[in-house]
Write a protein that binds this ligand. Structure first.
Ligand code: MF3
Ligand code: CO
Length: 260
């Protein structure tokens, strides 16, 4: 069942969405060759708590950390570790924050120093496809319209779409109905309507779409070990308009600050 939120409840989602956005902005300041992903996890956990939030991934169904870490071929749900980032890596950071009883979820894939132009293009296209999906998310349209828009955009550019993982509804729960896939037919799935809160999160591969789950039961990587990119926003439909509750502005600010 899709739990439609009142405008008041949607307002209550804003602090969580803002805090998860600011958390990614904070983490962005630290991403550099030599930094371990565990260090990034500690920074995020402390930042969330210092700002009155709760790291919602930590302990969720046994997940051991605040951040999901997605280095290169990792698609989703990787663990932080003592791996030190290297020049040329890409790293997706996905996390969920709970604040005032509601959840906010966002993900951004960062470049570590100079990255292969082919991989940068994968990241750019994946980020663009997130906004293409958001553009297709309109009241009266269907979830399949979002899915098809993302798939078409990415496949036309030679990339492949991960099918086993998808976006979801979000609210008081981390995973609510409906599922929001990144592939599929237009005109199918639930109708998008006022009160819906969902997250759109394309996971796009440079090589084949196939994935494997590592023996830890969580880490999802590409079968061919080619890179995968992932971007995510939390959105709400309110007053017949779609509002992006999370923002990459803090990240973009942090990244520019470091290069001036
Ligand atoms: N943030 C993830 C998503 O986009 C879910 C996190 S799973 C957890 O769906 F176990 F890490 F919490
Ligand atoms: Co997420």
């Amino acid at each position: 069942m899709i739990y439609l939120k009142t405008p008041e409840e949607i307002s209550q989602m804003r602090p969580a969405a803002d805090l998860v956005s600011r958390t990614l902005g904070e983490v962005a300041r630290w991403i550099a060759p030599g930094v371990t992903t565990l260090k990034l996890d500690t920074i995020a956990r402390e930042f969330i708590r210092d700002n009155g939030g709760k790291p919602a991934c930590l302990g969720y169904e046994g997940f051991p950390a605040t951040l999901c870490i997605e280095v290169n071929e990792t698609v989703v749900h990787g663990f932080p570790s003592n791996y030190a980032l290297r020049e040329g890596d890409i790293i997706g950071i996905d996390t969920v924050v709970e604040k005032d009883g509601f959840m906010g979820d966002s993900c951004y894939t960062f470049a570590v120093g100079e990255v292969d132009p082919k991989v940068m293009q994968l990241c750019r296209t994946t980020k663009e496809s997130l906004y293409v999906g958001i553009e297709a998310c309109r009241p009266g349209h269907r979830i399949g319209d979002i899915a098809n828009a993302i798939q078409t955009y990415c496949e036309h550019r030679g990339y492949s779409v991960v099918r086993e993982m998808c976006g979801h509804g979000i609210g008081r729960g981390m995973h609510e109905s409906p599922e929001v896939p990144n592939y599929g037919r237009r005109g199918i799935g639930p109708v998008i309507r006022n009160g819906m809160c969902i997250r759109i999160e394309p996971m796009i591969n440079l090589g084949s779409r196939n994935i494997v789950i590592e023996r830890d039961g969580w880490t999802c990587r590409t079968k061919d070990r080619k890179p995968s990119a992932h971007y995510e926003h939390t959105l709400a439909v309110v007053d017949d308009k779609v509002e992006i509750l999370t923002t990459f502005d803090y990240i973009h600010q942090a990244i520019t600050d470091r290069f001036i």
